[in-house]
Design a protein around this ligand. Sequence first.
Ligand SMILES: [Zn+2]
Length: 110
Amino acid sequence: MENGCALCQGSLKNKLVEYNVHGESFGKFPALVCDSCDEQWFNEETSKKIEEAEKKAGVFGLSVETKISYSGNSLIIRIPKELARFMNLKRETRVVIHPEDKDKFCILVK
Ligand SMILES: [Zn+2]
């Protein structure tokens, strides 16, 4: 990730950023921040600390509602930014969609 932002190839700078979930602050964490799109990237250690803080606060694994939309012949599920950041999902991240039932499926991050 030191090579540039995975979303826009902008350059990344080390910063302390305030981490919020649904408007609630979890404190400041070191992150690499893109100076072109402002996306924040956390390393593995920091992601774990954030995860612990979220578990303590009872917001870990929070579900979000989203909508299915179209693109060409495919259906697209939009993943809200907070969840994407939390799951460390990026453009081109490979996932496996596994149906468990007619009204339930799992998305496994590879
Ligand atoms: Zn960027």
